[in-house]
Design a protein around this ligand. Structure first.
Ligand SMILES: Nc1ncnc2c1ncn2[C@@H]1O[C@H](COP(=O)(O)OP(=O)(O)OP(=O)(O)O)[C@@H](O)[C@H]1O
Length: 238
């Protein structure tokens, strides 16, 4: 089993408050790992550690077997994409939104590549020259995912990317993520929706109070008798 990301005795302490506490866990390459747990458990903080938006105050993170600080920020941001609940969209065309990262890397994006990418994420080609800020919530999320794919990310971090969407858009995004997983991309996905975690994840990590209190295959977690897991699963289903 190869690991996309490994956390070794990792902690993150701010003003003497343990936001993450002594986490030692591995993310399997090519799988979907969902992070669930109550609000304030540390899920977003953990995600931000994965592409060095934050750095641990103790312990080590390995990305594809190398310590995270051996990568330049540019390499790391290319290798590890992130999509947020409300992905930042520039007030310009869909094409310019797609081309931005290439421009930052002093490279061009061809119209052909852009159209290919739109089709790939299930967006109509006719949207290419539209104002991206006029897109629906679901379309904006697909655009944000397309931007990361253009960057050829090998690891994708998703922070509640469907929580602001209608059920139909949620379903479309879920199907898109399954397609992306089939390309061998590793996915770490924070969700508040236990049904989504159950449906989408190969593995589930349950977080509480800055720790990973349970982890395993989705089946193992859903059938676990662990008190933390039970408490969260019952709470989440109410
Ligand atoms: N820089 C910081 N300084 C102080 N406290 C912080 C800082 N960053 C995060 N926290 C606190 O750490 C805890 C974990 O936050 P985090 O956003 O990671 O939780 P979460 O599990 O993602 O929650 P949610 O599901 O509500 O998004 C929270 O109590 C938060 O207020």
């Amino acid at each position: 089993m190869s690991y996309a990301i490994q956390f070794q005795n990792m902690s993150y302490t701010v003003n003497k408050q343990n936001i993450l506490h002594n986490i030692s866990q591995n993310i399997n390459t090519g799988a979907i790992t969902t992070l669930i747990g109550p609000s304030g458990a540390g899920k977003t903080t953990l995600l931000k550690m994965c592409n060095a938006l934050l750095s641990p105050t103790a312990g080590t993170i390995y990305v594809q077997g190398q310590t995270i600080d051996t990568f330049t920020p540019t390499t790391l941001r290319q290798k590890i994409g992130i999509v947020l609940q409300n992905a930042p969209i520039l007030r310009t065309t869909v094409f310019n939104n797609l081309a931005l990262l290439r421009h930052l890397q002093k490279q061009e994006l061809t119209q052909e590549e852009a159209l290919h990418m739109l089709t790939d994420v299930g967006l109509d080609e006719a949207l290419l020259m539209r104002q991206a800020t006029d897109l629906s919530g679901g379309q904006k999320q697909k655009l944000a995912i397309a931007r990361t794919l253009l960057n050829r990310s090998e690891i994708l971090l998703l922070d509640e990317i469907t929580s602001a969407l209608d059920p139909h858009s949620v379903q479309e995004i879920e199907q898109l993520i399954i397609k992306i997983r089939q390309k061998g991309i590793t996915i770490i996905w924070i969700t508040h929706n236990i049904e989504q975690a159950q449906k989408m994840g190969d593995y589930i990590w349950v977080m509480a109070q800055g720790q990973v209190v349970a982890s395993g295959t989705t089946n193992e977690i859903m059938n676990s008798n662990d008190a933390h897991v039970q408490a969260f699963l019952l709470g989440g289903r109410q």
